[in-house]
Design a protein around this ligand. Structure first.
Ligand SMILES: C[S@@+](CC[C@H](N)C(=O)[O-])C[C@H]1O[C@@H](n2cnc3c(N)ncnc32)[C@H](O)[C@@H]1O
Length: 392
Protein backbone atom coordinates (compact mmCIF):
# COMPACT_ATOMS: atom_id res chain seq x y z
CA UNK A 1 0.00 0.00 0.00
CA UNK A 2 1.37 3.41 -0.87
CA UNK A 3 1.37 6.27 1.53
CA UNK A 4 -0.69 8.49 -0.78
CA UNK A 5 1.01 11.79 0.13
CA UNK A 6 3.74 13.65 -1.68
CA UNK A 7 6.86 14.70 0.16
CA UNK A 8 7.56 18.40 0.31
CA UNK A 9 11.30 17.95 0.85
CA UNK A 10 11.95 16.67 -2.68
CA UNK A 11 13.02 13.23 -1.49
CA UNK A 12 11.71 9.97 -2.85
CA UNK A 13 8.26 8.99 -1.73
CA UNK A 14 8.31 6.40 1.04
CA UNK A 15 5.97 3.49 1.30
CA UNK A 16 3.66 2.75 4.18
CA UNK A 17 4.65 -0.09 6.48
CA UNK A 18 2.76 -3.15 5.41
CA UNK A 19 1.97 -4.66 8.76
CA UNK A 20 -1.05 -6.52 9.97
CA UNK A 21 -2.11 -6.75 13.60
CA UNK A 22 -1.37 -9.80 15.68
CA UNK A 23 -3.84 -10.85 18.35
CA UNK A 24 -5.35 -13.88 19.94
CA UNK A 25 -8.49 -12.42 21.47
CA UNK A 26 -11.15 -9.86 20.85
CA UNK A 27 -12.07 -7.53 23.70
CA UNK A 28 -14.62 -9.68 25.55
CA UNK A 29 -12.72 -12.95 25.15
CA UNK A 30 -9.45 -11.47 26.44
CA UNK A 31 -8.60 -13.12 29.80
CA UNK A 32 -7.19 -9.81 31.05
CA UNK A 33 -10.55 -8.14 30.44
CA UNK A 34 -12.41 -10.99 32.10
CA UNK A 35 -10.13 -10.59 35.11
CA UNK A 36 -10.72 -6.89 35.59
CA UNK A 37 -14.41 -7.19 34.76
CA UNK A 38 -14.80 -9.44 37.77
CA UNK A 39 -13.97 -6.31 39.80
CA UNK A 40 -15.77 -3.59 37.83
CA UNK A 41 -18.69 -5.63 36.54
CA UNK A 42 -19.43 -7.65 33.43
CA UNK A 43 -21.57 -5.69 31.00
CA UNK A 44 -24.63 -6.91 29.19
CA UNK A 45 -26.33 -8.92 31.94
CA UNK A 46 -29.88 -9.99 31.34
CA UNK A 47 -31.64 -7.48 33.58
CA UNK A 48 -30.04 -4.48 31.87
CA UNK A 49 -32.09 -2.09 29.72
CA UNK A 50 -32.38 -3.42 26.18
CA UNK A 51 -30.65 -1.41 23.47
CA UNK A 52 -31.05 -1.33 19.69
CA UNK A 53 -27.91 0.11 18.15
CA UNK A 54 -28.20 1.39 14.58
CA UNK A 55 -25.16 2.57 12.58
CA UNK A 56 -23.18 0.74 15.26
CA UNK A 57 -19.78 1.00 13.56
CA UNK A 58 -17.10 -0.99 15.33
CA UNK A 59 -18.89 -0.32 18.63
CA UNK A 60 -17.36 2.77 20.29
CA UNK A 61 -20.72 4.10 21.47
CA UNK A 62 -21.90 0.63 22.49
CA UNK A 63 -18.76 -0.15 24.48
CA UNK A 64 -19.16 3.16 26.32
CA UNK A 65 -22.79 2.42 27.17
CA UNK A 66 -21.95 -1.07 28.36
CA UNK A 67 -18.91 -0.06 30.42
CA UNK A 68 -16.71 -2.73 31.97
CA UNK A 69 -13.43 -1.50 30.48
CA UNK A 70 -10.15 0.03 31.58
CA UNK A 71 -8.44 2.75 29.61
CA UNK A 72 -5.87 5.46 30.36
CA UNK A 73 -5.42 4.07 33.86
CA UNK A 74 -9.10 4.43 34.75
CA UNK A 75 -11.87 1.90 35.22
CA UNK A 76 -15.31 2.37 33.69
CA UNK A 77 -17.82 0.30 35.58
CA UNK A 78 -20.37 -1.89 33.84
CA UNK A 79 -23.69 -0.11 33.24
CA UNK A 80 -27.15 -1.67 33.12
CA UNK A 81 -27.49 -1.91 29.36
CA UNK A 82 -27.73 -4.94 27.13
CA UNK A 83 -27.36 -4.65 23.36
CA UNK A 84 -30.04 -6.86 21.84
CA UNK A 85 -29.34 -5.94 18.21
CA UNK A 86 -26.86 -3.82 16.33
CA UNK A 87 -26.79 -3.00 12.63
CA UNK A 88 -24.23 -1.55 10.26
CA UNK A 89 -23.70 -1.93 6.52
CA UNK A 90 -19.90 -1.96 6.62
CA UNK A 91 -18.45 -5.49 6.58
CA UNK A 92 -15.33 -4.18 8.37
CA UNK A 93 -17.36 -2.56 11.13
CA UNK A 94 -19.46 -5.68 11.58
CA UNK A 95 -16.43 -7.96 11.75
CA UNK A 96 -14.60 -5.72 14.25
CA UNK A 97 -17.74 -5.36 16.37
CA UNK A 98 -18.37 -9.11 16.37
CA UNK A 99 -14.77 -9.86 17.28
CA UNK A 100 -14.77 -7.45 20.23
CA UNK A 101 -18.32 -7.07 21.50
CA UNK A 102 -20.30 -10.08 20.36
CA UNK A 103 -22.64 -11.52 17.84
CA UNK A 104 -25.61 -9.17 18.27
CA UNK A 105 -24.49 -7.22 15.21
CA UNK A 106 -25.66 -7.91 11.70
CA UNK A 107 -24.69 -6.46 8.37
CA UNK A 108 -27.55 -4.69 6.63
CA UNK A 109 -28.25 -1.54 4.68
CA UNK A 110 -30.62 0.45 6.87
CA UNK A 111 -32.16 2.05 3.79
CA UNK A 112 -33.67 -1.32 2.98
CA UNK A 113 -34.45 -2.64 6.47
CA UNK A 114 -38.05 -2.45 7.62
CA UNK A 115 -38.20 -1.27 11.23
CA UNK A 116 -40.89 -3.86 11.88
CA UNK A 117 -38.15 -6.47 11.41
CA UNK A 118 -36.21 -4.94 14.31
CA UNK A 119 -37.06 -5.87 17.89
CA UNK A 120 -38.39 -3.23 20.32
CA UNK A 121 -35.94 -1.95 22.93
CA UNK A 122 -35.88 0.51 25.84
CA UNK A 123 -33.10 2.58 24.29
CA UNK A 124 -32.51 3.30 20.61
CA UNK A 125 -29.06 4.61 19.70
CA UNK A 126 -27.57 5.66 16.41
CA UNK A 127 -24.63 7.72 15.28
CA UNK A 128 -26.23 8.30 11.91
CA UNK A 129 -23.73 9.05 9.13
CA UNK A 130 -22.35 12.54 9.39
CA UNK A 131 -20.41 13.04 6.17
CA UNK A 132 -23.17 15.13 4.66
CA UNK A 133 -23.30 17.39 7.75
CA UNK A 134 -19.60 17.54 8.54
CA UNK A 135 -17.63 20.79 8.19
CA UNK A 136 -14.94 18.80 6.35
CA UNK A 137 -17.42 17.06 4.02
CA UNK A 138 -19.49 18.20 1.03
CA UNK A 139 -22.08 19.90 3.33
CA UNK A 140 -24.88 18.54 1.18
CA UNK A 141 -27.14 17.95 4.21
CA UNK A 142 -30.40 16.12 3.49
CA UNK A 143 -29.62 16.19 -0.24
CA UNK A 144 -26.48 14.12 0.23
CA UNK A 145 -26.29 10.40 -0.42
CA UNK A 146 -26.55 9.61 3.30
CA UNK A 147 -28.32 12.76 4.49
CA UNK A 148 -31.68 11.14 5.24
CA UNK A 149 -30.49 8.02 7.00
CA UNK A 150 -31.59 9.49 10.34
CA UNK A 151 -35.15 8.71 9.17
CA UNK A 152 -34.75 5.08 10.13
CA UNK A 153 -34.35 6.20 13.74
CA UNK A 154 -37.56 8.24 13.54
CA UNK A 155 -39.38 5.29 12.00
CA UNK A 156 -38.08 2.94 14.69
CA UNK A 157 -39.14 5.40 17.40
CA UNK A 158 -42.60 5.68 15.89
CA UNK A 159 -43.04 1.91 15.55
CA UNK A 160 -41.49 0.70 18.81
CA UNK A 161 -41.68 3.71 21.15
CA UNK A 162 -38.41 3.14 23.07
CA UNK A 163 -38.22 5.13 26.30
CA UNK A 164 -35.16 7.01 25.07
CA UNK A 165 -33.73 7.79 21.66
CA UNK A 166 -30.08 8.79 21.50
CA UNK A 167 -28.73 10.14 18.22
CA UNK A 168 -25.15 11.26 17.75
CA UNK A 169 -23.62 13.51 15.12
CA UNK A 170 -21.11 16.24 14.36
CA UNK A 171 -21.61 19.74 15.79
CA UNK A 172 -21.78 21.20 12.31
CA UNK A 173 -25.24 19.65 12.04
CA UNK A 174 -26.50 22.46 14.31
CA UNK A 175 -25.07 25.16 12.05
CA UNK A 176 -25.63 23.78 8.58
CA UNK A 177 -28.45 25.43 6.65
CA UNK A 178 -28.86 27.88 9.56
CA UNK A 179 -29.71 25.01 11.91
CA UNK A 180 -32.71 23.91 9.85
CA UNK A 181 -31.54 20.32 9.38
CA UNK A 182 -31.23 19.81 13.11
CA UNK A 183 -34.57 21.51 13.70
CA UNK A 184 -36.21 19.19 11.20
CA UNK A 185 -34.79 16.10 12.87
CA UNK A 186 -35.98 17.31 16.28
CA UNK A 187 -39.41 18.20 14.96
CA UNK A 188 -39.81 14.79 13.34
CA UNK A 189 -38.80 13.07 16.57
CA UNK A 190 -41.24 15.22 18.48
CA UNK A 191 -43.99 14.35 16.02
CA UNK A 192 -43.65 10.65 16.85
CA UNK A 193 -44.01 11.25 20.58
CA UNK A 194 -40.76 12.56 22.08
CA UNK A 195 -39.51 15.56 23.99
CA UNK A 196 -36.01 16.44 22.79
CA UNK A 197 -32.88 18.19 23.83
CA UNK A 198 -29.41 18.42 22.33
CA UNK A 199 -26.25 17.96 24.35
CA UNK A 200 -23.15 19.52 22.84
CA UNK A 201 -20.25 17.77 24.54
CA UNK A 202 -16.52 18.48 24.24
CA UNK A 203 -14.72 15.17 24.61
CA UNK A 204 -11.61 16.49 26.49
CA UNK A 205 -13.92 17.65 29.31
CA UNK A 206 -14.64 13.94 29.83
CA UNK A 207 -10.99 12.84 29.85
CA UNK A 208 -10.67 12.07 26.14
CA UNK A 209 -7.17 13.24 25.09
CA UNK A 210 -8.37 14.57 21.77
CA UNK A 211 -10.10 17.67 20.48
CA UNK A 212 -13.50 16.34 19.48
CA UNK A 213 -16.94 17.84 19.93
CA UNK A 214 -20.12 15.87 19.33
CA UNK A 215 -23.86 16.54 19.45
CA UNK A 216 -26.09 14.06 21.22
CA UNK A 217 -29.76 14.30 20.34
CA UNK A 218 -31.72 12.98 23.31
CA UNK A 219 -35.40 12.16 23.00
CA UNK A 220 -37.54 10.99 25.92
CA UNK A 221 -40.93 9.43 25.33
CA UNK A 222 -43.58 12.00 26.06
CA UNK A 223 -45.44 9.99 28.70
CA UNK A 224 -42.32 9.79 30.90
CA UNK A 225 -41.60 12.50 33.46
CA UNK A 226 -38.58 14.75 33.53
CA UNK A 227 -35.46 14.37 31.51
CA UNK A 228 -31.97 12.86 31.96
CA UNK A 229 -29.42 15.27 33.35
CA UNK A 230 -26.83 16.46 30.84
CA UNK A 231 -23.43 15.01 31.83
CA UNK A 232 -20.90 17.43 33.30
CA UNK A 233 -17.27 17.16 32.35
CA UNK A 234 -15.10 15.83 35.14
CA UNK A 235 -11.86 17.01 33.51
CA UNK A 236 -12.75 20.68 33.21
CA UNK A 237 -9.86 21.60 35.46
CA UNK A 238 -7.28 19.82 33.30
CA UNK A 239 -7.52 17.87 30.09
CA UNK A 240 -5.50 14.70 29.48
CA UNK A 241 -2.70 15.51 27.05
CA UNK A 242 -1.57 13.38 24.12
CA UNK A 243 1.79 12.62 25.73
CA UNK A 244 0.14 11.49 28.97
CA UNK A 245 -2.01 9.13 26.93
CA UNK A 246 0.69 7.74 24.66
CA UNK A 247 4.00 8.00 26.51
CA UNK A 248 4.24 4.30 27.39
CA UNK A 249 3.85 3.41 23.70
CA UNK A 250 6.83 5.46 22.51
CA UNK A 251 9.26 2.56 22.80
CA UNK A 252 6.85 -0.09 21.49
CA UNK A 253 7.49 -0.82 17.82
CA UNK A 254 5.98 -4.29 17.54
CA UNK A 255 2.71 -6.07 18.24
CA UNK A 256 3.30 -6.60 21.96
CA UNK A 257 0.53 -4.01 22.09
CA UNK A 258 -1.88 -4.96 19.31
CA UNK A 259 -2.00 -2.49 16.37
CA UNK A 260 1.10 -0.58 17.55
CA UNK A 261 3.21 -1.65 14.55
CA UNK A 262 0.64 -0.22 12.14
CA UNK A 263 1.26 3.27 10.87
CA UNK A 264 2.07 5.26 7.79
CA UNK A 265 5.65 6.42 7.40
CA UNK A 266 6.62 9.98 8.21
CA UNK A 267 6.07 11.38 4.76
CA UNK A 268 4.96 14.96 5.05
CA UNK A 269 2.16 16.08 2.79
CA UNK A 270 2.73 19.08 0.59
CA UNK A 271 0.16 21.67 1.54
CA UNK A 272 -2.86 22.35 -0.62
CA UNK A 273 -6.47 21.36 -1.07
CA UNK A 274 -7.29 22.30 2.50
CA UNK A 275 -5.21 19.39 3.66
CA UNK A 276 -1.98 19.58 5.56
CA UNK A 277 0.08 18.23 8.36
CA UNK A 278 -0.54 18.64 12.04
CA UNK A 279 2.21 17.81 14.46
CA UNK A 280 0.73 17.17 17.87
CA UNK A 281 2.10 19.11 20.82
CA UNK A 282 3.32 17.86 24.17
CA UNK A 283 1.02 19.00 26.97
CA UNK A 284 -2.01 19.45 24.70
CA UNK A 285 -4.86 17.23 23.59
CA UNK A 286 -4.42 15.59 20.17
CA UNK A 287 -6.08 16.87 17.04
CA UNK A 288 -9.37 15.20 16.19
CA UNK A 289 -8.92 11.61 14.98
CA UNK A 290 -10.60 11.43 11.60
CA UNK A 291 -11.93 8.48 9.69
CA UNK A 292 -10.08 9.58 6.58
CA UNK A 293 -6.40 9.59 7.57
CA UNK A 294 -5.44 11.09 4.22
CA UNK A 295 -7.00 14.42 5.11
CA UNK A 296 -5.40 16.36 7.99
CA UNK A 297 -2.46 14.07 8.62
CA UNK A 298 -1.45 13.75 12.24
CA UNK A 299 2.14 13.34 13.34
CA UNK A 300 3.47 12.07 16.62
CA UNK A 301 4.36 14.81 19.12
CA UNK A 302 7.94 13.54 19.50
CA UNK A 303 8.74 10.80 16.96
CA UNK A 304 9.23 11.27 13.23
CA UNK A 305 6.19 9.31 12.15
CA UNK A 306 2.45 9.41 11.99
CA UNK A 307 0.34 8.03 14.81
CA UNK A 308 -0.09 4.27 14.94
CA UNK A 309 -3.46 2.54 14.81
CA UNK A 310 -3.15 1.76 18.53
CA UNK A 311 -2.27 5.36 19.36
CA UNK A 312 -5.33 6.59 17.47
CA UNK A 313 -7.44 3.98 19.28
CA UNK A 314 -6.07 5.18 22.64
CA UNK A 315 -6.82 8.79 21.75
CA UNK A 316 -10.37 7.65 21.02
CA UNK A 317 -10.25 5.90 24.45
CA UNK A 318 -10.61 2.34 23.20
CA UNK A 319 -8.99 -0.03 25.70
CA UNK A 320 -5.83 -1.74 24.42
CA UNK A 321 -7.64 -5.10 24.42
CA UNK A 322 -10.11 -3.81 21.82
CA UNK A 323 -8.42 -4.97 18.63
CA UNK A 324 -8.69 -3.78 15.06
CA UNK A 325 -8.15 -6.73 12.71
CA UNK A 326 -7.48 -5.05 9.36
CA UNK A 327 -4.81 -3.10 7.49
CA UNK A 328 -3.87 0.39 8.70
CA UNK A 329 -6.29 2.50 6.67
CA UNK A 330 -9.27 0.22 7.22
CA UNK A 331 -8.64 0.23 10.96
CA UNK A 332 -8.24 4.00 11.07
CA UNK A 333 -11.59 4.42 9.34
CA UNK A 334 -13.34 2.41 12.04
CA UNK A 335 -11.56 4.26 14.82
CA UNK A 336 -12.14 7.72 13.37
CA UNK A 337 -15.87 7.03 12.94
CA UNK A 338 -16.37 5.99 16.54
CA UNK A 339 -17.75 7.79 19.55
CA UNK A 340 -15.01 7.76 22.23
CA UNK A 341 -16.11 5.07 24.71
CA UNK A 342 -15.19 7.33 27.65
CA UNK A 343 -17.56 10.03 26.40
CA UNK A 344 -20.27 7.47 25.66
CA UNK A 345 -19.86 6.08 29.18
CA UNK A 346 -20.60 9.51 30.68
CA UNK A 347 -23.74 9.83 28.53
CA UNK A 348 -24.80 6.25 29.33
CA UNK A 349 -24.44 6.88 33.05
CA UNK A 350 -26.99 9.72 32.89
CA UNK A 351 -29.40 7.66 30.81
CA UNK A 352 -29.08 4.70 33.20
CA UNK A 353 -29.70 6.97 36.23
CA UNK A 354 -32.77 8.39 34.55
CA UNK A 355 -34.18 5.00 33.56
CA UNK A 356 -33.62 3.66 37.05
CA UNK A 357 -35.38 6.63 38.61
CA UNK A 358 -38.32 6.25 36.23
CA UNK A 359 -38.53 2.51 36.92
CA UNK A 360 -38.35 2.89 40.69
CA UNK A 361 -40.62 5.84 41.22
CA UNK A 362 -44.26 4.90 41.69
CA UNK A 363 -46.81 6.70 39.61
CA UNK A 364 -47.79 9.26 42.24
CA UNK A 365 -44.24 10.18 43.03
CA UNK A 366 -43.48 10.55 39.38
CA UNK A 367 -46.50 12.74 38.85
CA UNK A 368 -45.60 15.02 41.70
CA UNK A 369 -41.84 14.81 41.22
CA UNK A 370 -41.47 15.44 44.93
CA UNK A 371 -39.04 12.73 45.78
CA UNK A 372 -35.76 14.55 46.16
CA UNK A 373 -33.61 11.92 44.49
CA UNK A 374 -36.03 11.46 41.62
CA UNK A 375 -36.31 15.19 41.18
CA UNK A 376 -32.54 15.47 40.99
CA UNK A 377 -32.04 12.59 38.65
CA UNK A 378 -35.03 13.22 36.45
CA UNK A 379 -34.14 16.86 35.99
CA UNK A 380 -36.70 19.22 34.56
CA UNK A 381 -37.97 18.48 31.10
CA UNK A 382 -36.53 20.79 28.46
CA UNK A 383 -38.88 23.68 27.80
CA UNK A 384 -37.30 26.05 25.40
CA UNK A 385 -33.63 25.44 24.90
CA UNK A 386 -31.62 26.63 21.97
CA UNK A 387 -32.43 23.43 20.16
CA UNK A 388 -35.60 22.15 21.76
CA UNK A 389 -38.64 21.98 19.55
CA UNK A 390 -40.86 22.00 22.61
CA UNK A 391 -42.10 25.56 22.22
CA UNK A 392 -42.66 25.50 18.50
C1 LIG B 1 -20.39 7.66 12.49
S1 LIG B 1 -20.32 5.94 12.18
C2 LIG B 1 -20.98 5.29 13.68
C3 LIG B 1 -19.91 4.89 14.66
C4 LIG B 1 -20.41 4.27 15.93
N1 LIG B 1 -21.40 5.09 16.58
C5 LIG B 1 -19.27 4.01 16.90
O1 LIG B 1 -19.24 4.62 17.96
O2 LIG B 1 -18.39 3.18 16.59
C6 LIG B 1 -21.66 5.71 11.07
C7 LIG B 1 -21.85 4.28 10.65
O3 LIG B 1 -22.98 4.19 9.79
C8 LIG B 1 -22.77 3.13 8.90
N2 LIG B 1 -23.68 3.29 7.75
C9 LIG B 1 -23.62 4.21 6.75
N3 LIG B 1 -24.62 4.01 5.89
C10 LIG B 1 -25.34 2.95 6.34
C11 LIG B 1 -26.49 2.27 5.87
N4 LIG B 1 -27.09 2.65 4.76
N5 LIG B 1 -26.94 1.22 6.58
C12 LIG B 1 -26.32 0.82 7.72
N6 LIG B 1 -25.23 1.44 8.22
C13 LIG B 1 -24.74 2.50 7.54
C14 LIG B 1 -21.30 3.26 8.53
O4 LIG B 1 -20.78 2.03 8.05
C15 LIG B 1 -20.68 3.69 9.85
O5 LIG B 1 -20.16 2.58 10.55
Amino acid sequence: MRCGVRRNDGKKKRRARRTMPEFRHGFLSNPKVQEYQSAIGTPGHSEGHSVTSLFAGCGGLDLGLLGGFNVLGRSFVAQPFRIIQAVDNSPDAVEAYRLNLGSEIREADLRTVSVSDLAPATLLTGGFPCQDFSSSGPKTGFDGRRGRLYRVMIEYAEAHQPKIVLGENVPHLARLNKGKYLETILRELEAVGYRCDVWDLYAPDFGVPQSRRRLFIVGVRRDLPGFPVKPCGTFLGGHVSIDEALEDLEAVVDETVTNQSQYFVATRASSGGGQGDHTNKVGEVAYCIRANARGRIQFHYRLDRRLTVRECARLQTFPDEFVFPFSTQRNLTLIGNAVPPMLAHAVGERLADYLQAVDEADADEVAMLQDERVATVLHRAPQTTLFSTEAR
